[in-house]
Design a protein around this ligand. Sequence first.
Ligand code: NAP
Length: 252
Amino acid sequence: MRLEGRTAVITGGTRGLGRAIAEAFLAEGASVVAAARNPYDIKELADDHEGRLLYQYTDVTDERSVEELMTAACEAYGGVDILVNNAGVSRDGKIARLSVADWNTTLATNLTGVFLCTRAVIGPMTTPGKPAGPGGRIINVSSCVAGRAAVGAGAYSASKAAVEMFTRTSAVELAPKNIRVNCLSPGYIDEGMGKELAANERAWESYRGRLLSDRLGRPEEVGAAAVFLAGGESSYVNGTVVEVNGGLLWAA
Ligand SMILES: NC(=O)c1ccc[n+]([C@@H]2O[C@H](COP(=O)([O-])OP(=O)(O)OC[C@H]3O[C@@H](n4cnc5c(N)ncnc54)[C@H](OP(=O)(O)O)[C@@H]3O)[C@@H](O)[C@H]2O)c1
């Protein structure tokens, strides 16, 4: 029970990797607020963890919606200890054909959403009178293409590279408030976007050749890394990117 008594807000916590992180946090004793525009079947998970899982409608691109999320988390659980900025979209398209709308949606969700949620959680993580405890934790979810070029990923890669830089600035600015900020960078995972990409045999075969582990990652492997970054075992890890990608090392 490494997260007993802690409250986590997970954007995009309703499905895909966010849901896997929610499940891992619940198993470690945390209370979780799953924030997204649709609840999907999150109620089933809530039924299994009575009183420890709240769904809150949230659009991370909307400043007011993000403020309402943090208010709801505070009202339900008295504050926020952990924020996982996981909500994301991928609008693939070669630059020559990429629409401004797709570019804007990608940046608004993947980057502006991280900024809005980070800014909004500082208060709930540092409320006066809140027991000192181990301090706040922010985990930003980037991607293996944040630092590697991939055809058709111009907007997505740029947004994730910016998230990694934003992580470092946040870590510097929030350290005096006892908030640690790290980034978790998944490779292709057998869930959500990774699962969709791997369904394309050509894309998967080309990616697979660069991978030390000859398989997709498992969602629970991402959940385990998130628990590490959220808990006490990572007490000396700050402002860095933890890659969970099965050894994506080969250039070709
Ligand atoms: N799966 C992978 O292999 C992989 C690899 C590298 C990085 N990642 C990153 O991991 C994160 C999760 O990816 P995933 O594969 O789990 O994707 P996914 O299955 O498509 O889930 C995305 C989640 O984000 C939410 N979301 C999207 N736009 C939102 C908005 N404007 N406001 C609030 N929530 C929003 C979605 O819910 P609603 O649509 O209902 O709002 C959903 O819960 C993303 O940041 C992605 O870039 C994934």
